[in-house]
Design a protein around this ligand. Structure first.
Ligand code: KG4
Length: 338
């Protein structure tokens, strides 16, 4: 009999539900919350309320689109953390309630494991998945990590940011340029038209495999401040070159440590994940790097880069196969590492 997992994701500002059957994706529904746009960032209380409104229709749609009945579901996987507590509570409570109603187990998922394992979401039976071990560059609004993945449940963080995440570097610099939140996709769009060599921003000198993005952010701010003194329209006139140079520097920082990690581990497969892995420049740079060094690259479809329940379902599927279920008194956690 097939193992059918319903995945539920509610860690931040996207309410998502997905159904997978023996690892094959049947549906993935995401309701994004527009309510935060006017505040320039996610407002936790508004996020939990929107999750409460969205969760029933989103889960219902995911089940219907999958062409299954709710009684066909084998187990429910839900994001237990990290994330916003109020948001996580909605998904956690809903998952438990539905599981009790259906008489099936729940599986709690670390959201970060979901990103790392998103490459195992298959849409067709012969879709290629990574071989172990592989290196995952996990880059999002909250994380920048290099992870050695030895198995679905055997991961080691080799390096991570000591300050800002790559996504924060995109978003904070975009904010001072007057771009809407989240700024990453706007920088991506503008960068395509600009000269990446026009401005030079500082790069970190952090030993080992750890990242740092706060120096870049400061140097970006100083560039703007110094030039605006001379020309108040500096940002407006140089938007594309600023975006391209910023993106170019972030990519150089990411690739520098990725290269060190490849050399240190001898791993032959690279995967990227998290919101920033939607960036066109990052995707091209990682693909080029892998081509040049004879490595296999796994670049996720854009739908699986941001928060989605398909990745929660696949991570939950592996845990389910190991027989690791979640007790009903489990509470969400705001912070957790790999
Ligand atoms: O994984 P994610 O959805 O959740 C958080 O960890 O918050 O990542 C969101 C981050 C934001 O910083 C956003 O600006 C960034 O991913 N992002 C991008 C792009 N699309 C999303 N950054 C650069 N280029 C993009 N195309």
């Amino acid at each position: 009999m097939s193992v059918i997992i319903l995945g539920i994701e509610s860690s931040c500002d996207d309410t998502s539900a997905a159904v997978i059957s023996d690892g094959l994706l049947l549906s993935n529904v995401i309701a994004s919350q527009k309510v935060h746009e006017e505040y320039g960032g996610v407002v936790p209380e508004l996020a939990s309320r929107a999750h409460q409104q969205n969760i029933v229709p989103v889960v219902d749609t995911a089940i219907r689109r999958a062409g299954i009945d709710k009684h066909d579901i084998t187990a429910i996987a839900f994001t237990r953390g990290p994330g916003l507590l109020g948001s996580l509570l909605v998904g956690t409570s809903f998952a438990k309630g539905l599981a009790i109603g259906l008489g099936i187990p729940t599986v709690d998922v670390n959201h970060l494991h979901g990103h790392v394992l998103s490459h195992f979401i298959r849409q067709a039976k012969d879709d290629e998945v990574p071989e172990f071990p592989y290196l995952c560059l996990l880059i999002s609004g909250g994380n920048s990590q290099l992870i050695l993945v030895r198995g679905p449940r055997d991961m080691e963080v080799l390096g991570q940011t000591i300050d800002d995440a790559a996504g924060e570097a995109f978003d904070k610099c975009a904010k001072v340029m007057g771009l809407p939140y989240p700024g990453g996709p706007h920088i991506d769009r503008l960068a395509a038209e600009g000269d990446p060599m026009r401005f030079k921003f500082s790069r970190p000198r952090i030993p080992g495999l750890d990242y740092s993005f706060s120096g870049l952010k400061t140097s970006f701010l100083y560039t703007l401040r110094d030039n605006i003194k001379l020309d108040p329209d500096f940002v407006e006139k140089n938007r594309t070159d600023l975006a391209a140079s910023l993106q170019h520097t972030i990519i150089a920082i990411l690739l520098d440590k990725l290269d060190k990690a490849v050399k240190a581990t001898g791993v032959k497969t690279i995967a990227i994940g998290g919101g920033v892995s939607a960036n066109s420049g990052v995707r091209n740079a990682v693909a080029d790097y892998c081509n040049k060094h004879g490595l296999k690259a796994f670049i996720p479809q854009r739908a699986f880069t941001t928060d989605n329940a398909a990745m929660v379902a696949i991570a939950g599927y592996f845990k389910y196969l190991d027989g690791e279920f979640c007790p009903l008194d489990a509470t969400p956690y705001a912070r957790v590492t790999i």
